[in-house]
Design a protein. Structure first.
Length: 226
C-alpha cells in the first residue's frame, strides 16, 4: 500500500470551543495542512469551524491551487499522481515557508497527507504547542516537551495507516516521553471526516472533532493561566 506521507465535518462557524472564551482562544495559532487531493472544501470548512471557535488558523495551499476530483469525489490514484507531480520536496518547502513567521508554539494540524507534512516540520518546530493528526500518523521527534498534547485519529484497520505505522507512532511517543493519544474509529473508511467523500461518517467525524477541540481547549486554558 502506498504511503500518504510524500470525510472533515461540515463547517459551523457559529459553534464555539467548549468552555473557552473567544479572547482566550485567539491566543492559539493553528497551521492546518491539506490532503493529497489539494486544498479542498473539507480543509476550508475545518479552518472556518476553528476560526468560529476563536482560533487563529493558517491553511497553506501546498499545491498552488491544484486539486483533483472536480465535481466528483477524487480517486486515490489521482491524488497520488498530483502529490508526486508537485513533489515532496516542494510540498515541504512550501509548508516551511508558510509557517516561518508563525509563533514557535503554533499547533500543527495535518489531514491525511498533511500528517506527513507535520512529521517533516515537527523536528524543526519542537516547541509546537500541540499536534493533531487526522487519518495518518507521524513520528514524535525526540526533544518535544513532555507536556505537548498529541492526538492521532485513524480508521480502524485503515490500509493507509497500517499497524506497523501505528506501532512506530506509539514507540516514538514513548521514546520522546510524550503521552500521545491514539484514537481508532471502527467501521469507517480512511477519510471519514470529509462529507464530500463516500468515506464520510458523521458520528466518527463529530467525535474526532470533539476530541480535537478538547485538546485546543486545554491549550487555550493553559495560555490563559500563564
Amino acid at each position: 500500500m502506498r504511503s500518504l506521507t510524500g470525510r472533515g465535518d461540515r463547517a459551523d462557524s457559529a459553534r464555539s470551543a467548549p468552555g473557552v472564551r473567544r479572547g482566550i482562544a485567539e491566543r492559539v495559532t493553528i497551521a492546518l495542512f491539506h490532503s493529497m487531493f489539494g486544498l479542498r472544501p473539507v480543509e476550508r470548512a475545518a479552518a472556518a469551524r476553528l476560526r468560529g471557535c476563536g482560533y487563529r488558523v493558517l491553511v497553506p495551499d501546498l499545491f498552488a491551487g491544484a486539486t483533483v476530483g472536480g465535481g466528483e469525489p477524487p480517486a486515490w490514484e489521482e491524488g497520488f499522481a498530483l502529490m508526486e507531480r508537485v513533489g515532496w520536496e516542494t510540498i515541504v518547502s512550501r509548508a516551511e515557508a508558510a509557517v516561518r513567521d508563525l509563533p514557535p508554539a503554533t499547533v500543527l494540524f495535518g489531514v491525511s497527507m498533511g500528517a506527513g507534512v507535520v512529521g517533516s516540520l515537527w523536528p524543526s518546530r519542537l516547541d509546537a504547542a500541540g499536534v493533531i493528526l487526522l487519518h495518518a500518523p507521524a513520528s514524535v521527534p525526540r526533544g518535544v516537551p513532555r507536556d505537548t498534547p498529541v492526538q492521532l485519529h485513524v480508521a480502524d484497520d485503515d490500509p493507509f495507516a497500517p499497524r506497523e505505522q501505528l506501532t512506530a507512532f506509539r514507540d516514538s511517543a514513548a521514546s520522546a516521553g510524550v503521552d500521545a493519544k491514539l484514537y481508532t474509529y471502527a467501521g469507517v473508511e480512511h477519510f471519514f471526516i470529509d462529507p464530500h467523500l463516500p468515506d464520510y461518517d458523521s458520528r466518527a467525524a463529530e467525535l474526532a472533532w470533539r476530541r480535537s477541540l478538547a485538546l485546543l481547549d486545554g491549550l487555550a486554558r493553559r495560555r490563559d493561566e500563564t
